[in-house]
Ligand binder design. Structure first.
Ligand code: ADP
Length: 488
């Protein structure tokens, strides 16, 4: 069993390079979802604290945007190095606060570091261009400039990586930023503050304000100095934030909900597809916007595939993320378990069948207070069932049978979401055609984890706006200015 590390940070807002002591102050409790063990009482940022944080980043804006891009990039790359050096402590804290298994948490630290590395490199590749002018004797300068102050709002499922993507891209662009982590997982965000300072980030360039979505998010959405809002969260939150930001005509970069299809083509290697499906589903216990929500399986191979998935799911170990040999952790809270359970029960009532239900967490008495949901395989799921229509944030694999590939693609697209999809098959031409026909931002062909720092990731339809990662990710935080001039 691994232990929760001693804190190298304080559970309170980080403003202007220091821990901030608001007075009076209110706290909220953070606990381990596997055991309910108390981890910290965190001082909540109220509206006045957020206001103060914004004033700080506004002040820091001029010197940060004038800092050479190469220097900004060096600070981010040093952050990546420090994160990797302290991977074990970060992974233990992340596992304790979020619940995910230690190995997955360590993977998230690597993933987060890859964004500091990538945007550290990209910082100095931001450049403008000269464009030809239609009138003689004139020319255009097309310049890119930091957009100003960015508000970064992150969720609890990947509390380090989602923050890293936004912090690294915005600071690389020359923006100053305010990061509001989710209330359920603020510790890992606060833990990065001393690391960034050690890497050389000047005070006031990034403020971290733990607090509620409506208060902190609301001030960020409505304050005129905040020019970009970058959110990863549910579609409902995106819509609410968009309404609040409408009056200020802000730039929005939103990564929202999904309902990813996982299409197993008739010629797929079923063992490989089953392995990968279980991997994708065990990641953060299925509490992932790109998790496989609907598994489309050809009727001819459905029975064989069901058996393969069931045996893999039954063999997994569900438990405390800090314990050795655990494949899946708890859900984030009890309410999440109830919601997922209700969707499964409703599907059963409507005719679906539970084929496997792994409750291995019940063997450990120390987990009685934890928020665990069984790993569940459901067959006979139909398109109209809420289990297929809704984004299921839990470890449930829903199998939907299809007769023709064209039918599977059509049904896969019948959702207001468009984030990710997975296609498994041996005929790569067919895989490519199927992938092209899917209305989503990213498709993994024979790959369950296609998201990387090198490529843009973002949804279409109700799954979001804009991109994170790639050369595109930094553009979310840049404005374009054109100067039309006579040639000297
Ligand atoms: P999830 O469903 O993954 O919990 P949410 O969309 O509820 O995601 O939360 C994602 C982030 O958005 C969190 O940091 C949360 O505090 C914040 N948030 C929630 N509601 C609002 C809101 N109305 N305005 C701004 N931010 C919000």
């Amino acid at each position: 069993m691994k232990t929760v590390p001693d804190f190298w940070f304080e559970p309170r807002p980080w403003l202007d390079g220091q821990w901030f002591h608001p007075s009076p102050s209110e706290t909220f409790t953070v606990s381990n979802p596997a055991t309910c063990a108390h981890l910290a009482d965190v001082i909540r940022a109220d509206a006045a604290t957020v206001q103060r944080a914004i004033e700080g980043v506004v002040k820091a804006q001029k010197s940060w945007r004038e800092t050479p891009a190469a220097t900004r990039g060096e600070i981010l790359k040093r952050t990546a190095v420090l994160l990797i050096e302290r991977k074990d402590a970060f992974a233990r804290l992340l596992s304790a606060e979020q619940g995910k298994p230690y190995a997955q948490a360590a993977g998230e630290v690597d993933y987060a570091a890859s964004f500091f590395q990538w945007f550290g490199e990209e910082a100095r590749r931001v450049s403008g261009r000269l464009a030809p002018h239609p009138a003689p004797g004139r020319e255009f300068f097309v310049e890119t400039k930091p957009a100003g102050v960015a508000g970064l709002i992150t969720p609890w499922n990947f509390p380090l990586a989602q923050g890293a993507k936004k912090v690294a891209a915005s600071l690389a662009a020359g923006c100053t930023a305010i990061w509001k982590p989710a209330e359920l997982t603020p510790l890992i965000a606060l833990a990065t503050a001393p690391l960034l300072a050690e890497a050389g980030l000047p005070p006031g360039v990034l403020q971290i304000v733990p607090g509620s979505g409506s208060v902190v998010g609301g001030v960020l959405a409505e304050h005129p100095a905040v020019r970009v809002l970058s959110l990863t969260g549910s579609t409902a939150t995106g819509s609410a934030l968009m309404s609040r930001a409408a009056g200020g005509i802000k730039r929005l970069s939103f990564e929202l909900g999904g309902n990813a299809p996982f299409i197993v083509l008739p010629d797929a290697d079923l063992d490989f597809a089953a392995d990968e499906l279980v991997h994708v589903k065990l990641l953060c216990s299925g509490q992932v916007c790109v998790t496989a929500n609907r598994v489309f399986i050809h009727a001819d191979v459905e029975a064989a595939f069901t058996e393969k998935v069931a045996s893999r799911l039954a063999a997994a170990q569900v438990g405390n993320g800090l314990a050795d040999g655990v494949d899946a952790g708890p859900l984030i809270h009890r309410k999440a378990c109830e919601e997922v359970g209700a969707l499964v029960t409703r599907a059963q009532t409507d005719g679906a069948r539970i084929v496997c239900e792994n409750r291995s967490f019940e063997r450990d008495p120390s987990l009685r207070e934890g928020s665990f949901a069984p790993l569940t395989l459901v067959t006979g799921v139909r398109d109209e069932m809420p289990l297929a229509r809704d984004e299921v944030f839990g470890p449930v694999i829903s199998l939907l049978s299809y007769a023709t590939v064209a039918d599977a693609v059509r049904r896969a697209n019948e959702t207001p979401y468009g984030l990710a999809a997975y296609v498994y098959g041996r005929d790569l031409s067919l895989c490519r055609a199927v992938a092209s026909g899917l209305e989503v931002g990213i498709v993994g062909v024979n790959e369950w984890r296609p998201l990387k720092a090198e490529i843009p990731f973002g949804g279409v339809k109700m799954s979001g706006l804009g991109s994170e990662g790639g050369v595109e990710g930094i553009r979310e935080f840049l404005d374009t200015q054109v100067i039309s001039m006579p040639k000297p």
